[in-house]
Design a binder for this molecule. Structure first.
Ligand code: SF4
Length: 708
């Protein structure tokens, strides 16, 4: 029997896991007591990890045009067909769509191949669906995509505010940490702001059941309230920020009295003012926000409305204080770090970052190869599939994700995939809704098989460790990308034998000429991890970036000295004009649709559905409906019903619930056509996105309810 330390592959908490291997199988998991994300805790999903493994249902052989082939044939064909499309239609005709499930090393390789050597900017990721608005919000305010806080701040806060986050279900270990902290500190308060009464309300001191999409009204109202009550930290604002007057003017213009804001948010004015008082009178406040804020056509503005209030009160850069975006996926952060968004170039640098193109080009150049970097951003997720539909993108490589299910307006996505001349899919599962569209299928290794790193929501880089051999002929993603790159003629730039070499290059790029005159200055810098070598990489302990020669043990909290990553070092408050959902309700579609996760499932259930005990919580798709809406529609609790939207239908069992606001319906995102042809939530969501972040408005659909 041996034991190995790794991390959970599900949510952005990034819990440490100790796995036991016996007789060639992974027989048990327990929480890693030394990992700072969870100190031994695991939620029900994490504790069932060993029950989700095994060869059954795995993709084990490469296929080309539906026929099993050797790896040599699959790799050569991939390279030949990619080159053929480029030769005929240009570099920008090829694209990649990645995933927050990939390890950082896999992400780095894909970004380097597509942007650096295939010369296309069209590489985006499913992380676009999860946290793109939070990224833009941070960049606009701080000058960098940088989460200022850490998990200990949640325990040290006097007030924790959950906005658009059912933490108890979606990031359960963090919820448990807050619960324990509250038990230890009776003065600590929790406020939950969410249209639904969720399990996260169990320990809440105050619940505000706001109208969907009204978050920016609420936080603009808070900013105006703080100004009126002289609760602004004027010294902090004066020393460390800019844009205060404009932000205040916008807040005062759009948010009148507490009663007016309460009416706009459809909440009780007294409860709203209680929240305002609590927020304004505590210095140690953490606001934790997630998809309920991000998945909106104005998600970026909502993020900045929250950040404004923290800056205005000086509630940042301190223990127990800050605006904290919690990511959904295990490695959404790692993907951002290598440049895995279409608007990024590499290593947290954007195309418009002065000097970035030259720096990355010089760094990736070899003796005989010069990168051919695109000069501007590529298509964001929804735009990417629209470009495929138009026939502009001719070749797409999808890795570790299923856009045929998860993207809004999935029927349109499927039609686009159908007409795309070349679809390559790297995947672990043998049966997904995407695979029928693939010309080339490449079997990939999965959790417990692959080696690399991930970054969790508090900027903590941890190792995921390979403990078992991949089944059949499955191979690691980094290896597949490198082998295709070699066959494309880029062998000199993709000569790696182990992920530690890729990580080392990634670390070197992060610090390459950082801080030198004329070079782009980056907050994301892990040059302190350069030169680890295989042994130290294998033993790497969890560490929070930046990791530099000045901070060799990492950095727990950012902006403690009030200096931000903007050109002038000042944080920026933004003038926010609140907007409601873009998808309008109508007589035909009178109900507001909300989508989200359930406690025991992950994404499209390819892993979690394999553990019978995880199916016990919710064994089938459902819709949560307010009793009055159920009565109006003629549907009953536990009866079957249909939700209709402009784009499609969703059929499932009704759960009549007072936790729903009147006029709103909630459905889970997990069920795919592999389980049932009728309960795919993305069929109900249109392709409306935030114009700044490109994140789809998945929380604000418009539907009609009726009996089946
Ligand atoms: Fe895994 Fe998230 Fe649960 Fe931790 S909280 S065990 S990372 S699913």
């Amino acid at each position: 029997m041996t034991q190995a330390k790794t991390t959970c592959p599900y949510c952005g908490v990034g819990c440490g896991v100790t796995a036991t291997i016996e007789a060639g199988t992974l027989s048990a998991v327990e929480g890693d007591r030394e990992h700072p994300a969870n100190y031994g805790r695991l939620c029900v999903k994490g504790s069932a990890l060993h029950e989700t493994l095994g060869e059954q249902g795995r993709l084990t052989h490469p296929r080309v045009d539906g026929v099993e082939v050797s790896w040599e044939s699959a790799l050569s064909t991939t390279a030949e067909r990619l080159n053929a499309q480029r030769a005929e239609h240009g570099n920008h005709s090829v694209a990649a769509y990645l995933s927050g499930q990939l390890l950082t090393e896999d992400y780095y390789m894909a970004n380097k191949l597509f942007k650096g050597f295939l010369g296309t900017p069209h590489l985006d990721t499913n992380s676009r669906l999860c946290m793109a608005s939070a990224v833009v919000g941070y960049k606009r305010a701080f000058g960098a995509d940088a989460v200022p806080c850490n998990y200990e701040d949640l325990e040290e806060a006097e007030l924790v505010v959950l906005v658009g986050s059912n933490l108890a279900w979606n990031h359960p270990v963090l919820y448990q940490r807050i619960k324990v902290a509250k038990e230890r500190n009776p003065l600590m308060r929790l406020v939950v702001i969410d249209p639904r009464v969720t399990d996260s309300c169990e320990i809440a001191d105050l619940y505000l059941g706001i109208k969907p999409g009204s978050d920016a009204y609420l936080f603009n109202g808070l900013l105006a309230w703080m100004a009126k009550r002289r609760k602004l930290d004027t010294l902090y604002l004066e020393r460390h920020t800019e844009g205060v007057e404009e932000a205040l003017a916008a807040a005062q213009q759009t948010a009148g009295s507490v009663a007016e804001v309460a009416a706009a948010c459809d909440v009780d004015p007294e409860r709203l003012e209680t929240f305002y008082y609590w927020f304004a009178s505590q210095l140690h406040v953490v606001t934790l926000y997630s998809q309920g804020v991000n998945q909106s056509a104005s998600g970026t503005d909502k993020c900045n409305a929250i950040i404004n209030c923290h800056l205005a009160g000086g509630k940042i850069g301190l223990p127990g204080a800050g605006p904290f975006s919690i990511t959904g996926q295990p490695n959404a952060m790692g993907g951002r770090e290598v440049g895995g968004l279409a608007n990024q170039l590499a290593a947290h640098m954007d195309y418009h970052t002065p000097g970035a193109l030259d720096l990355v080009s010089r760094f990736w150049a070899t003796d005989n190869l010069t990168p051919i970097l695109p000069e501007g951003p590529g298509y964001k997720a929804v735009e990417l599939f629209e470009a495929i539909e138009r026939g502009e993108i001719k070749a797409l490589w999808v890795m570790a994700t299923n856009p045929a299910i998860s993207l809004p307006d999935a029927a349109r996505v499927r039609a686009a995939l159908e007409k795309c001349p070349l679809v390559i899919v790297s995947e672990c599962a043998a049966h997904t809704d995407l695979l029928p569209y693939a010309d080339i299928v490449l079997p990939a290794s999965g959790w417990s098989e692959k080696d690399g790193t991930v970054t969790n929501s508090e900027r903590r880089i941890s190792r995921q460790r390979g403990m078992l051999p991949p089944p059949g002929e499955a191979r690691h993603d980094w290896w597949i990308i490198a082998e295709v790159a070699k066959r494309l003629g880029f062998a000199e730039a993709f000569n790696y034998s182990h992920p530690w070499e890729i990580f080392d290059e990634h670390a070197r790029l992060s610090g390459f000429e950082n801080g030198l005159a004329g070079s782009p200055k980056r907050l994301f810098d892990i040059s302190g991890l350069v030169g680890l070598g295989r042994k130290d990489y294998d033993a790497l302990a969890p560490v929070q970036w930046p990791v530099t020669s000045q901070a060799p043990q990492g950095t727990a909290r950012l902006f403690e000295n009030g200096e931000f990553a903007t050109a002038n070092g000042r944080a920026k408050l933004l003038a926010i004009k609140p907007q409601g959902p873009v998808q309008a309700l109508s007589a035909a579609y009178p109900l507001r649709l909300n989508t989200g996760r359930i406690r025991d499932q992950w994404h499209t259930m390819t892993r979690t559905a394999r553990a019978p005990r995880l199916m016990n919580h919710r064994a089938e798709p459902f819709m949560d409906v307010h009793p009055d809406d159920a009565q109006d529609a003629g549907v009953v609790d536990q009866g079957l019903a249909v939700l209709s939207a402009a784009k499609g239908e969703f059929r499932a069992r009704v759960r009549v619930s007072n936790a729903q606001r009147r006029g709103e319906v909630f459905v889970p995102i997990h069920w795919t056509d592999c389980f049932t042809q009728q309960a795919r939530s993305s069929a109900l969501i249109g392709g409306i996105t935030d114009p700044l972040s490109g994140q789809p408005e998945s929380k604000h659909g418009a539907v009609a309810l009726g009996p089946l």
